[in-house]
Design a protein around this ligand. Structure first.
Ligand code: CMX
Length: 158
């Protein structure tokens, strides 16, 4: 016979484990990989002339202090990120000796705002509390790498 939940540490952790397993977010694919480079002009020949990928758009995202170049690789895009200012987060990341893949962006089917609320409810650290406009006019939001296995994670939708 069902006796109801008793208040106590055991039931709290049981409930917590149910909530953590509950997953509403639908990821359809990897939208793009963000790759930090010091210079798009110097990096492009590798991607175009060696890998044979085509750059189809170059766009500056002023509020992020980056210039972006997009290449298609099947249904996944590569987003080259060049800092446009010494205080760009990309420049700071490069200055620390990092280079290469900077973030992974997932395409969310049913809304970035809902996905953010779900992530926050599960205790993840959000960088963006609400979706904002990113390159290619996508609605985007970042999750902090400290709560995503060390991978700077971008959620996006068309
Ligand atoms: N991947 C994994 N870890 C990263 C990281 C990355 N790309 N960038 C920073 N970190 C880690 C650092 O290593 C550091 O870890 P430790 O504390 O162990 O050293 C920690 O996060 C804090 O990093 P920080 O150097 O002190 O930098 P900040 O806290 O100032 O900023 C972050 C880090 C992630 C919050 C910031 O870079 C950010 O807001 N990123 C999201 C926006 C962005 O990247 N925009 C550029 C792309 C634009 C676009 O695609 O449109």
């Amino acid at each position: 016979m069902f006796s109801g939940f008793r208040v106590g540490a055991r039931n709290d952790s049981y409930l917590c484990s149910i909530i953590l397993k509950y997953n509403n977010m639908k990821i359809s694919r990897i939208e793009h990989l963000g790759i930090a480079v010091q210079s798009i002009e110097e990096a492009l020949p590798y991607f175009e002339n060696v890998l044979g990928l085509k750059c189809y758009a170059v766009e500056e995202v002023a509020d992020q202090k980056v210039k972006t170049a997009f290449l298609k690789c099947g249904e996944v895009k590569l987003e080259l990120l060049e800092p446009t200012s010494p205080d760009s987060t990309i420049q700071k990341w490069l200055d620390k000796g990092n280079h290469g893949v900077h973030h992974v962006a997932f395409c969310i089917e049913d809304g970035v705002a809902e996905a953010l609320a779900e992530c926050e409810g599960k205790g993840l650290r959000l960088i963006d509390k609400a979706p904002r406009k990113g390159a290619e006019n996508l609605n985007i939001a970042f999750l902090h790498p400290k709560s995503t296995c060390g991978i700077l994670t971008e959620l996006c939708e068309q």
